[in-house]
Design a protein around this ligand. Structure first.
Ligand SMILES: [Zn+2]
Length: 157
């Protein structure tokens, strides 16, 4: 278990660490540029495990669907004129990939990051491992910045 901010309910809680994916790093970098980065450790708390798993599953399915749709559309836009009239459409050739990328990116609105390897909770082992993990896990979790625990607890934002 790692202490951090739950990406589902937004509470500060103990939970399974979320993997630091390209998407998350990108969002974080954008937030840092905008000056609104909070640099929270992102977790999925135990109450939200099921909801997150569902979300993740939906996203994976949607992502796959959009990729297929995007590729299909490119083939249609580029290929159909060739088949019908033998005319090569430069416009289609340029814009089709852009449309395909756009369609694929639409799926990202439902983005749900995977849990970090080994962080996926299984109810039976989670409790058993908790004590062992608390002692041994801290150095292994990469790039988790030291958190000002005292201030967060005493002030209670
Ligand atoms: Zn939660």
């Amino acid at each position: 278990m790692t202490f951090g901010k739950c990406i589902v309910c937004g509470n500060d809680a103990n939970g399974a660490l979320v993997e630091d994916t390209l998407m998350i790093r990108t969002i974080r970098a954008a937030k840092q540029k905008a000056g609104i980065a909070k640099n929270n450790t992102l977790v999925v708390c135990q109450n939200c495990t099921e909801a997150h798993a569902k979300r993740r599953h939906n996203f994976e399915r949607k992502w796959a669907t959009h990729l297929v749709m995007g590729v299909g559309l490119v083939l249609l836009i580029v290929g159909l004129p060739l088949i019908l009239g033998g005319v090569f459409s430069l416009t289609g050739f340029i814009f089709a990939p852009l449309i395909a990328i756009f369609i694929a990116l639409l799926a990202l609105f439902d983005y749900a990051p995977p849990l970090a390897a080994g962080a996926a909770p299984s109810a039976s082992t989670a409790a058993k491992m908790e004590s062992a993990t608390a002692a041994s896990h801290a150095p292994a979790s990469r790039s988790a910045p030291p958190k000002p625990r005292h201030s967060a607890k005493s002030k209670k934002r």
